[in-house]
Design a protein around this ligand. Structure first.
Ligand code: KIV
Length: 270
């Protein structure tokens, strides 16, 4: 089956996909080579997520990654991509302080990476930052539910918004982001029934991760779905490969060939 029909995915294309009920595919990428594969495969959206902090840099949380590091990853991805919409995460500490700082951070991402949009975590608390970024003509994707930049407030990675009060706040925040003009929102690790209710209540496309199938699209962290990471196995994660083992096998074979003088052979030298 071959789904990609448009030459270039834009925020407008995503809105049309929601209207006609076509699901949106989104994955993370942080470097040129992987982004090129995703784009060739026909992915709709590539998120240069601050999960780079975990899977690329080896930190426990997304908190340490800097704006300069996100710009490095973002620019590498953009250089590889012709069709997908590229969205770059604003990292922790670059937009919560005040709206001017938020706008400056978003402008740096847009100018220095060539990406098409930014993503921020939160609702009402960061309303002014979102408004200011949007007023500069920069498309904003929201992120609600389990927002990893707030992990020290949550204290745990369990499912969010199971309780009525938190579910109501999430619904209000989603409607606010929609009214402000965000072009999409990510809902992470919340009950499927709530995610479906939000999806039906807002115009913008809703992309889920651990939010069930009643949403407009799905996102996963590339390294998790490819099985490059092994230590993390939440229920919502479908692994499409076991690349950790595959790559390890190839490296073990290479070491063997070097040690036994099998590599390089006569055809592999000048
Ligand atoms: O940084 C990231 O990878 C994300 C996804 C989990 C949506 O925000």
């Amino acid at each position: 089956m071959n789904f990609p029909t448009v030459k270039k995915v834009t925020t407008h294309v995503l809105a049309e996909m929601k209207l006609r009920g076509e699901k949106i595919s989104m994955l993370t990428a942080y470097d040129y080579s992987m982004a090129k594969i995703l784009d060739h495969a026909g992915i709709d959206v590539i998120l240069v997520g601050d999960s780079a902090s975990n899977v690329m840099a080896g930190y426990d949380t997304t908190i340490p990654i800097t704006l300069d590091e996100m710009i490095y990853h973002g620019a590498s991805v953009v250089r590889a991509v012709k069709r997908a919409l590229v969205v770059v995460d604003l990292p922790f500490g670059t937009y919560q302080g005040n709206s001017k700082e938020a706008l400056n951070s978003a402008i740096r991402i847009m100018k220095e990476t060539g990406a098409s949009a930014v993503k921020l975590e939160g609702g009402e608390e960061i309303k002014e930052s979102i408004q200011r970024i949007l007023s500069a003509g920069i498309p904003v994707m929201g992120h609600l539910g389990l927002t990893p930049q707030s992990i020290h407030k949550f204290g745990t990675y369990v499912v969010r918004a199971r309780e009525e009060k938190e579910a109501q706040k999430l619904m209000n925040d989603a409607k606010l982001l929609d009214e402000l003009g965000c072009f999409a929102v990510v809902l992470e690790k919340i009950p499927a029934t709530l995610a479906e209710k939000v999806t039906k209540s807002v115009r913008m496309p809703v992309i889920g991760i651990g939010a069930g199938r009643g949403v407009d699209g799905q996102v996963l962290v590339l390294h998790d779905m490819l099985g490059l990471t092994t230590e993390f196995s939440p229920r919502f994660l479908r692994r499409y490969h076991n690349l950790f083992e595959e790559i390890k096998k190839a490296v073990v074979n290479y070491i063997h060939d070097v040690k036994t003088l099998d590599f390089p052979n006569e055809k592999e030298q000048y």
